[in-house]
Design a protein around this ligand. Structure first.
Ligand SMILES: Nc1nc2c(c(=O)[nH]1)N[C@H]1C(S)=C(S)[C@@H](COP(=O)(O)O)O[C@H]1N2
Ligand SMILES: [Mo]
Length: 254
C-alpha cells in the first residue's frame, strides 16, 4: 500500500498543474460535484481523480477461504439502541424494510427476503480500518447497482447516501459514495458474513461493502438508501458522519 501511495503522491504533483482542464471534462463524476460544492479540497479531489485513473473499474483483491480471519474485529457501534431497530432485531427483521428513495423513479421498500432473492455476490476481501487494523472476511449480498436499477435512478442523481439505525454522540450514522462506486461490481448490500447471516455487531440486517475504500465508508445497520444530486443537505455537508465530525476524507480510497 505504501508503494501505491508513493506513486499516487508522485502523480498528484504532476496532476496539480492540469487540474482546471480536467475539472471541465468530468462534471458527470460525483466527486467533481463534491469539489464544486466546496467540501472536497483541491488535494482530496485530485487524489480521487488520480485514484480513479490508476484503478479505474479494477476489482479490489479477493482472498481464499483459508485467508479468512478467525476473528473479525468489530468497530464503532455493535448494538444499536434505537427502539425501532431493537424491535426489528427481536423479530428477526421480519417487518424490516430497506427504503430506497430520493432521486429514483420508483421509491421502494424491500424486505430482507426480497433482497436475498435478487442476484447475489460473495467475495472474500480485506477490511482496512483507518485506525490501523485489517481483517479478511467473506461477504454475501446483493450488488447495490441491482437495487438502484430496480428503483430506477434518475439522471440528476450523483451520490448514494446510506442512513443507519445507530447513532454516535446523538447523531445517526450516515455515509455516501459516488455512482462509480455504487455501480462497482463489488459494492454490495451484505446480509451474510462468513457463510452465516450478518451478525448484529457487523451491521445486521444489511451493511454496505464498498471494497476500495476504508472501513468507515462501510455503513452498518442500513435502513435507508437515498439518491441525491448534492451532499449539501446531508448532515453538515461533507458526506458522512466522520467526514462531518472529524474531517475524515470523503473519498477514502485504498
Ligand atoms: N452504522 C455504522 N456503520 C459503521 C460504523 C458505525 O459505528 N456505525 N463504524 C465504521 C467503522 S470505523 C468501521 S472500521 C467498520 C467496522 O465494521 P465491523 O464492526 O464489521 O468490523 O464499520 C463502519 N461502519
Ligand atoms: Mo474504522
Amino acid at each position: 500500500m505504501s508503494r501505491r501511495l508513493l506513486t499516487r503522491r508522485r502523480l498528484l504533483a504532476g496532476a496539480a498543474a492540469a487540474a482546471p482542464a480536467t475539472l471541465a471534462g468530468c462534471d458527470r463524476l460525483g466527486a467533481s460535484a463534491a469539489f464544486q460544492d466546496n467540501f472536497l479540497s483541491l488535494g482530496e479531489w485530485l487524489n480521487y481523480r488520480v485514484h480513479r485513473l490508476l484503478i479505474g473499474d479494477a476489482l479490489a483483491r479477493e482472498y481464499r477461504p483459508e485467508d479468512v480471519s478467525p476473528v473479525f474485529r468489530t468497530n464503532g457501534n455493535t448494538e444499536p439502541t434505537d427502539k425501532t431497530y431493537v424491535a426489528h432485531e427481536k423479530s428477526g427483521f421480519a417487518a424490516w424494510r430497506l427504503t430506497v428513495d430520493g432521486l429514483v423513479a420508483r421509491p421502494s421498500a424491500f424486505t430482507l427476503d426480497e433482497l436475498r432473492a435478487m442476484p447475489a455476490r460473495s467475495q472474500i476481501t480485506r477490511h482496512d480500518c483507518v485506525e490501523g487494523w485489517s481483517c479478511v472476511g467473506q461477504w454475501t449480498g446483493v450488488p447495490l447497482g441491482q437495487v438502484l436499477d430496480r428503483a430506477g435512478l434518475l439522471p440528476q442523481a450523483r451520490f448514494i447516501v446510506f442512513h443507519c439505525a445507530d447513532s454516535v454522540f446523538g447523531t445517526d450514522y450516515y455515509e455516501s459514495i459516488d455512482l462509480a462506486d455504487a455501480f462497482h461490481p463489488q459494492t454490495i448490500l451484505a446480509y451474510g458474513m462468513n457463510g452465516a447471516p450478518l451478525p448484529r455487531a457487523h451491521g445486521a440486517p444489511v451493511r454496505l461493502r464498498v471494497e476500495r475504500q476504508l472501513g468507515y465508508k462501510h455503513a452498518k445497520f442500513v435502513m435507508r438508501v437515498e439518491a441525491v444530486a448534492t451532499l449539501s443537505g446531508i448532515g453538515r455537508g461533507r458526506g458522512g458522519f466522520w467526514e462531518d465530525l472529524s474531517r475524515y476524507e470523503w473519498y477514502a480510497g485504498i
